[in-house]
Ligand binder design. Structure first.
Ligand SMILES: NC(=O)c1ccc[n+]([C@@H]2O[C@H](COP(=O)([O-])OP(=O)(O)OC[C@H]3O[C@@H](n4cnc5c(N)ncnc54)[C@H](O)[C@@H]3O)[C@@H](O)[C@H]2O)c1
Ligand SMILES: [Fe+2]
Length: 386
């Protein structure tokens, strides 16, 4: 089979990289720049570093700090309106995945003559918009989504309570691990498990490729080693560097190989229960490994080995169970909450079946994700992690 792989946009990686924002913006031809961020990131002083760097490069800057969790559609609309009002020619997003996805949504919406609901409708029908997005630099402050290197913006349709993936490629990513120093344990762990889930799904999708696979196994090793260290010691720069690299590599990997049923379920959980994306990803990933082990026994076994587990099973189903249980143990040690901890009942989680059955990502699962399979997977999330 011929497989296709690529890297969506250039990446500047390293401690202090945020100070190069102005130079990168100049290379891209920016002059009037909208900075997209949220109040937390602004308070931490990260946004100011971007403002200073852009100002030093002679840019005029406009600030939009109203981003909210999970990129609600109305924030994308407000930001796009600002772009038009101020004749903005370049956008910089600095924040977690929610901010980056809002910035991506703004960059594509503002370049086209449509409303945000029309943008979401065309995304639902997999119809790209006519004009390419306004040039966009993305700077993550969490190590999880990899959104700075993926083509998709996950935007919340607040009327229909759905999370929709719209096409919105960034122009450049600046990954500066110093921006994640001091992140609280919970956010560190949840976002780290999001990156972990990206590579588990990229390895087991219907369209894996050799380039993604290499990045995926490396990501598993880095997260298994460094996530507990960063969780215990939030100011450990070496841990933050490894997690930032893992998250970005995971984004590059799944941008080609894609995620599948796990993210269809995570989106349903996010849209229905408004829980952090990383928790939903963590809870579903062991179930996905168990489900796909009969199709990819060697790969799932290698995921276990990269985690430092000894997997002596040879039967594909048993390999899946052993690796899934090893991952659940790792997550318990990191403090990933259970569904009962989140006050979500067994009935409620199984109630997501219909949402998942209508999510396009399920078609990228190598095991047919029938309604029966989805309901059983949802029940397993509840039953197998208590
Ligand atoms: N586009 C993609 O390819 C892609 C991939 C995965 C996930 N996502 C989306 O990304 C969103 C989740 O992003 P996330 O997990 O990064 O969380 P988030 O962006 O929602 O941020 C969570 C919280 O962390 C805070 N925060 C950000 N940086 C911080 C720092 N350095 N220190 C302390 N607090 C900080 C934020 O202000 C926020 O309160 C979801 O909506 C998910 O669907 C998108
Ligand atoms: Fe994710």
């Amino acid at each position: 089979m011929v497989q296709r792989y690529s890297q969506l946009c250039p990446v500047a990686f390293g401690a202090g990289a945020v100070s190069t924002t102005g130079a990168v913006a100049k290379e891209l031809g920016f002059s009037r720049v909208l900075i997209v961020t949220d109040e937390n990131v602004k308070k931490m002083g990260h946004t100011q570093k971007v403002i200073d760097s852009l100002a030093a490069a002679g840019m005029e800057t406009f600030l939009f700090a109203d981003c909210e969790m999970d990129a609600p559609d109305y924030t994308v609309q407000t930001g796009a309106d600002l772009v038009k009002t101020h004749a903005i020619d370049g956008i910089v997003g600095i924040g977690g995945g929610s901010v980056l996805d809002t910035a991506k949504g703004i960059s594509t919406l503002a370049a086209n003559h449509v409303s945000v609901s029309e943008l979401l409708d065309s995304a639902r029908n997999m119809m790209p918009l006519e004009n390419p997005p306004i040039k966009l630099i993305l700077i993550p402050t969490t190590s999880g989504t990899g959104s700075e290197s993926t083509i998709i913006a996950v935007i919340s349709d607040t009327k229909n309570h759905e999370k929709i993936g719209a096409i919105a490629p960034p122009s450049f990513a600046i990954v500066d691990p110093e921006l994640t120093l001091g992140m609280p344990k919970e956010i560190t762990v949840y976002t780290g498990m999001d990156a972990f889930s990206h590579v588990c799904e990229a390895l087991t999708s219907v369209q894996p490729n050799p380039h993604s696979d290499i990045l995926c196994y490396d990501t598993i090793e880095r997260i298994t080693k460094w996530l507990p260290i960063a969780a215990a010691d939030p100011l450990n720069l070496e841990a933050r560097e490894n997690l930032a690299l893992a998250s970005n590599n995971a984004g590059i990997a799944f941008n080609d190989a894609m995620v599948h049923l796990g993210h269809a379920i995570a989106h349903a959980m996010g849209a229905t229960f408004h829980i952090p994306h990383g928790i939903a990803c963590a809870l579903v990933t062991p179930v996905i490994l168990e489900l796909t082990a009969p199709v990819y026994p060697e790969k799932v076994k290698k995921i276990g080995t990269c985690m430092g587990l000894t997997i002596s099973a040879t039967d594909p189903q048993e390999i899946g169970i052993d690796v899934a249980n090893g991952l659940r143990q790792f997550q318990k040690q990191l403090g990933i909450p259970t569904l009962p901890d989140l006050t979500i009942s067994r009935e409620q989680i199984i109630g997501c079946t219909n949402y998942v059955a209508n999510e396009g990502l399920r078609f990228l699962c190598p095991v047919p994700a029938t309604e029966e399979c989805i309901a059983a997977s949802l029940a397993k999330i509840y039953d197998c992690y208590q």
